[in-house]
Ligand binder design. Sequence first.
Ligand code: CO8
Length: 258
Amino acid sequence: MAFQTITVDIEDHVALIKLNRPDALNALNTELLGELCTALEAADENDKVRCVVLAGSDKAFAAGADIKEMSEKSFVEVFEENLFASTNDRITAIRKPIIAAVSGYALGGGCELAMMCDFIIAADNAKFGQPEINLGVIAGMGGSQRLTRFVGKSKSMDMNLTGRFMDAEEAERAGLVSRVVPAKKLMEEAMAAAQKVAEKSQLSVLAVKESVNRSYELTLNEGMLFERRVFHSMFATEDQKEGMAAFLEKREAQFRDR
Ligand code: CO8
């Protein structure tokens, strides 16, 4: 597939998708979001891909939705086209894990896109923010919802009301990112993390993603029940037999996704 605003490389079962609008700091316009969703869906369908890494450039993961493209739209237009709804739906429907590798700015829609991934590895130069308030709007794809679940009400209010940026260290402290690495090592670390995921049984990987995401939607008791039932169901797989046998025989497991 030929893309104009992203690049896609598949190597060793990992699809590396890079946002590629350098002149606009990877601002998320309609074309880029369409191509991104198409590439993610293709990776989800592709048996060779077991994990996805989503990255931007050194300077910007993404500086937000494309302000130039949005600025002249009316309420009726954005309401009728239900702006950003299909992006949210298409990305959250991806079943394989997506790791966000964030260097530089992840602002507005860029921060929201990173939060739609399954975990975020940040370079030490990363800056996160929801500065939509400076544009006379509010976040539109999770900045008031997902960010609040990540960092709690007080910090989310602070970010959304003042529009200030959070650096990588604060983002790790607040639970927004899973780890911070030196900027020069970001892609190496993200690809290594993806490689680790790719080595597991794909059945367990899909089950983990489903189960962790359920924790946002269910009560604790219902979530515990969901997790327990998924855990029980893993005993129907050959990979459970192989994984446990390999442990007992002190050897590496050979998972076959069966
Ligand atoms: N949209 C369009 N173009 C942008 C954007 C953007 N969000 N951000 C940067 N650019 C462009 C600039 O216009 C500039 O283009 P040009 O050279 O043609 O003038 C180029 O990228 C470089 O930017 P700067 O010259 O501003 O670079 P600086 O290093 O001086 O500043 C900043 C970098 C701080 C990142 C600055 O560019 C900035 O503040 N950008 C806007 C950040 C922002 O407000 N983001 C929120 C956008 S609204 C939003 O995301 C709503 C979310 C709704 C859901 C989205 C779902 C995907």
